[in-house]
Design a protein around this ligand. Structure first.
Ligand code: BTN
Length: 271
């Protein structure tokens, strides 16, 4: 099921009229990884903005070096641009993307929430994920590739959900085709970046945490202590208030966990 480029461009020009989208769009039936291909395209010319979409991937890249299973029916999309962001603040691109896509899909009846740091969740299961890759020059992020996978009709693992099955459970999703899903994901990425660049990280974080499914959850940091999720910092760290039941007296009132150091699990799935 290859996406129809004309149809996607038509949706983008109607729904994204006040944006500078569409960038050049490259659509493939099969690709190893849309992130990888986008880097290769960027290496061929001076352009920094570009979009690559594939109907399926043979070597999709996930977070922490994992593989992203990418059979036909899912959306596999990468968005490249030049952010000029401080090297330490790269995680803000992922937070902005997660918020922008979640907010955009919510407008069309999909109750997406965010699971820290970069998962799109629906009904307590994983609907999609984000992998941001960056190139750094002189202390600045000069190029970013934001890769997004969203489950549409593709088979998913027990922790996952696709939009098609959620729709058939009686929910009314107003996203009738893959082209509309792709357009809305692209507009979501764009609006997240606009929010970050135009309104700043504090506004972005206040919006991100409103959609964060983990707010208020108790998190066991190790066998000895736990904390309650109270927010996310500008570097993407999870902010916990340590709870009074901890039996170690020397732990600080607040602790901060970096992305990748702890996995929060899915509400609807227990091992
Ligand atoms: C995650 O592990 O949650 C992030 C998954 C990101 C997958 C997308 S699919 C499109 C793009 N190309 C890739 O190889 N990975 C990202």
């Amino acid at each position: 099921m290859v996406l129809n480029k004309q149809k996607l461009e038509a949706v983008l020009s109607v729904e994204g009229k006040n944006t500078d989208l569409p960038f050049p769009l490259h659509i493939f039936e099969s690709d190893a990884s849309t992130n990888k291909t986008l880097w290769e395209l960027l290496a061929q010319g001076p352009r920094s903005e570009c979009v690559v979409i594939a109907a399926h991937q043979s070597a999709g890249r996930g977070q922490c070096g994992r593989q992203w299973l990418s059979s036909e029916g899912g959306l596999y999309l990468s968005f490249g641009f030049a952010p000029q962001l401080d090297i330490n603040l790269g995680y803000q691109l992922t937070l902005a993307t997660a918020w922008g896509i979640a907010e955009q899909l919510r407008k069309y009846g999909v109750d997406v929430e965010i699971k820290w740091p970069n998962d799109l969740v629906l009904d307590g299961r994983k609907l999609g994920g984000i992998l941001t890759e960056t190139k750094v020059c002189a202390g600045k992020i000069t190029q970013a590739v934001i890769g997004v996978g969203v489950n549409w009709t593709n088979p998913v693992p027990p922790t996952g959900i696709n939009l098609h099955s959620w729709n058939s459970q009686g929910n009314s999703v107003n996203i009738p085709c893959l082209e509309k899903l792709a357009a809305r994901v692209l507009l979501g990425i764009h609006s997240g970046i606009q929010c970050l660049e135009g309104e700043g990280v504090n506004i972005l974080l206040s919006r991100y945490t409103k959609l964060l499914s983990n707010m208020g959850d108790k998190v066991d940091v190790n066998d000895d202590f736990s904390g309650i999720v109270v927010g996310v910092t500008a570097k993407g760290n999870l902010h916990l208030h340590t709870s009074s039941g901890n039996n170690i007296t020397s732990i600080p009132a607040s602790i901060y966990l970096q992305p990748g150091t702890i996995s929060l699990g899915y509400r609807k799935y227990k091992d």
